[in-house]
Design a binder for this molecule. Structure first.
Ligand SMILES: [Zn+2]
Length: 206
């Protein structure tokens, strides 16, 4: 199953600077021990674009526009996922969880050489999975819509970089404006949080 998904992932939109449709460049992410750093933004827009492609897939399916990819620092993209909370009628099917599921079963050491890219600041459930498997770095597209458990990640030694992506934020804003009831389902306080964020520019934990 994991191999099939990996194959699918490499056939999907290309990572790195090569045109879409070509095979994944495994040199897109040098080994972490050399030049890779979550602080190096050169890699991040490419990773975020791939996560955004997943978010749009979910939207096309009638789901929430949240997408995630997992990048191994040597192997490149090893997993993709998008929110399937609506599609599969399951409250734990967040994009990050689906991505990890699609990566398949790996040894713990594998995750320590990975970075997770996700379009929306991850909630405490997904952050728990990130911490549990020791993924050392997380790149976020948008934390204005909702600020997830970023402090929880940082307290556990995980590097967190927020890209402040207007595109990620816009996808969520349009979805929430159209489907406030669905957004509110995940956490009854979210609607209040979003409106407060926009009015006061304050941030709240999920
Ligand atoms: Zn989540």
């Amino acid at each position: 199953m994991a191999n099939a998904i990996f194959q699918s992932a490499t056939d999907a939109p290309t990572f790195g600077s090569s045109p879409r449709g070509r095979s994944l460049s495994i040199t897109a992410f040098p080994p972490r021990s050399k030049s890779f750093s979550v602080k190096n933004p050169a890699f991040h827009q490419t990773g975020l674009n791939e996560a955004l492609a997943e978010a749009r897939k979910s939207l096309d399916e009638g789901g929430m526009p949240i997408g995630t990819i997992l990048v191994h620092h040597v192997q490149g993209i090893v997993g993709r996922g998008h929110s399937q909370r609506i599609q599969s009628d399951c409250v734990i099917h967040h994009a990050e969880m689906i991505c990890l599921q699609n990566v398949g079963r790996k040894p713990a050491s594998f995750y320590r050489d990975c970075t997770l890219y996700t379009t929306l600041s991850p909630c405490s459930m997904c952050s728990g999975a990130i911490i549990f498997y020791g993924i050392p770095s997380v790149v976020i597209g948008d934390n204005k819509t909702i600020r997830g458990a970023e402090d929880y990640l940082k307290q556990n030694g995980i590097e967190v970089e927020n890209m402040n992506s207007d595109e990620c934020e816009s996808l969520m804003k349009n979805f929430i404006d159209t489907h406030p009831d669905i957004w509110q389902e995940d956490n009854p306080q979210l609607i209040v949080t979003v409106s407060q964020n926009r009015r006061k520019s304050t941030k709240t934990h999920l």
